[in-house]
Design a protein around this ligand. Structure first.
Ligand code: ZN
Length: 473
């Protein structure tokens, strides 16, 4: 006998198992066809009709197949007559079979399993549920994850409608909100951050074939998000009628402070890590500290560079945490100051435009001394002009070490914080700024944390964390 003819016993078993399962799956398929035939005595004719028929019945089939596989694979659990009580180790006998139906993306799945109850501990258990890894509610993890995935992109109402249409599973906007809340609860920056290995991988991709280490940019900035005060929560007796007409609370715009680490690959941005929250300056500093302490910044393999506008609190954190980083004052913020000077000094004239252009060019070439000297020599034409000139001088002079734009350009450093501004848009604004949406701080921060996870590529990881937490509880 040749080697090829020697079949391991386990393989024989496996092929027999598959044979049995095949028969069961075929039986399920036949059942599904029977149901279809009853609904449609004659097969539908046009493509849209055929599609609609199969679409509407698809989950009966896929759910049923799933049931057959689960029943087959876990028939041992199904037939189990006794277990050791997980608390007191006593032998406990099966009480009764209990049927359970859960909602999954492949359709409703039903399974029957024995229930065990320990009279001493007064605790009941379904061992199969644990083996299967089903979630406690009716909607299973796959449904929950897909719902949260959608709800972090579009308003809850829209998410609910779209979800029902695309999956055939009705999930109310309130449930969407609950799932989102559960997944996001207590997330910290380190939990939504990619691993150091993943960061190293991305750095390695950009570094490949280059002589100089890649530039790793840290941008820090704030974005205003619509919020409502905590006092708007809860029902106040007798006011419902009034509340319906006009809110008793005043909305406010609060600053979501955030940071983004990203790599520059020529003109392209390779995203690494974002974190945005409605938070204080101190909390932002703590989050940055956590990123640093977790060893997520590959100091040796990159040239770290921080690009920001002039806000002093930002530079305070940068100096404390990344003292060796190259500091860049956002070029476009400088431009705004110069425009203000020109407008106040020359009004809406060609001269104003010419002055801004010439000054910006000097700035771009890194000739800050010339720019400052020019501002000093300017004869203000009004009080307003004097104020604008002084402001501009103080601003630029205060950041002199951060404006060597000529040298920075040659070094491949960015001049502007565009990468950070776009993060403000795609993480904060697109989801939080919706007409009529005013967010409680906690809710907006949870939404922001999940959106950061998405862009950081850690959404699945965050969901797995949530599953484990639920399982432990
Ligand atoms: Zn017990």
């Amino acid at each position: 006998m040749g080697c090829a003819e020697i079949i391991a016993l386990s393989e024989v078993r496996a092929s027999k198992q598959w044979e049995v399962l095949r028969h069961q799956l075929h039986a399920r398929f036949d059942q599904w066809l029977d149901a279809l035939e009853q609904q449609w005595p004659e097969p539908p004719s046009t493509l849209p009709e055929v599609i609609a028929t199969v679409w509407n019945a698809r989950q009966q089939l896929t759910g049923s197949l799933t049931e057959a596989i689960v029943a087959h694979v876990h028939r041992g659990e199904h037939d189990r007559a006794q277990i050791h009580c997980p608390r007191c180790e006593r032998v406990v006998r099966a009480q009764a079979f209990v049927c359970r139906t859960v909602e999954t993306l492949v359709g409703p799945v039903q399974f029957e399993r024995p229930y065990f109850y320990c009279r001493v501990c007064r605790a009941g258990t379904y061992p199969l549920d644990e083996v299967l890894g089903v979630s406690t509610g009716r909607m299973q993890w796959d449904v929950q994850q897909a719902a949260v995935d959608l709800a972090t992109e579009v308003p809850y109402e829209t998410a609910s409608t779209l979800f029902g249409r695309l999956t055939g599973i009705p999930v109310s906007s309130e449930r969407m909100h609950t799932f989102t809340h559960q997944v996001a609860e207590g997330l910290s920056v380190v939990e939504v951050a990619p691993s150091r290995e993943e960061i190293d991988r991305r750095v390695g991709q950009v570094a490949a074939g280059r002589l100089r280490r890649p530039v790793l940019v840290l941008g820090i900035d704030g974005a205003y998000v619509p919020s409502r005060p905590e006092s708007a929560r809860g029902r106040r007796p007798g006011q419902a009628r009034h509340r319906a007409r006009r809110a008793r609370w005043r909305h406010e715009w609060r600053e979501a402070k955030g940071f983004r680490f990203y790599l520059l690959d020529g003109e392209r941005i390779i995203h690494l890590l974002s974190w945005h929250q409605v938070q204080t300056e101190e909390q932002l500093g703590e989050a940055l500290q956590q990123v640093k302490d977790a060893g997520l910044i590959p100091d040796e393999s990159v040239r770290l560079c921080v690009v920001c506008d002039g806000a002093e609190w930002i530079w305070k954190h940068v100096r404390a945490l990344f003292p060796h980083a190259c500091q860049v004052l956002d070029y476009y913020h400088c431009a705004e100051y110069l425009h203000k000077v020109a407008k106040a000094q020359y009004g809406q004239t060609v001269q104003a435009l010419e002055w801004v252009e010439a000054t910006l060019t000097r700035l771009y070439m890194g000739k800050m001394g010339t720019v400052l000297g020019g501002l000093r020599r300017m004869q203000p034409t009004s009080d307003e002009a004097r104020k604008a000139i002084d402001n501009c001088w103080v601003y630029l002079n205060g950041h002199r070490g951060r404006t060597a734009y000529g040298r920075l350009r040659r070094g491949g450093y960015p001049l502007g914080s565009g990468g950070m501004e776009s993060a403000n848009k795609f993480i904060c604004h697109v989801r939080l700024k919706r007409s009529g949406a005013w967010w409680y701080e906690a809710n907006s921060n949870q939404m922001l944390a999940l959106r950061c996870a998405k862009y950081n590529g850690t959404f699945d990881q965050v969901f797995t964390r949530h599953q484990h937490q639920k399982a432990d509880a």
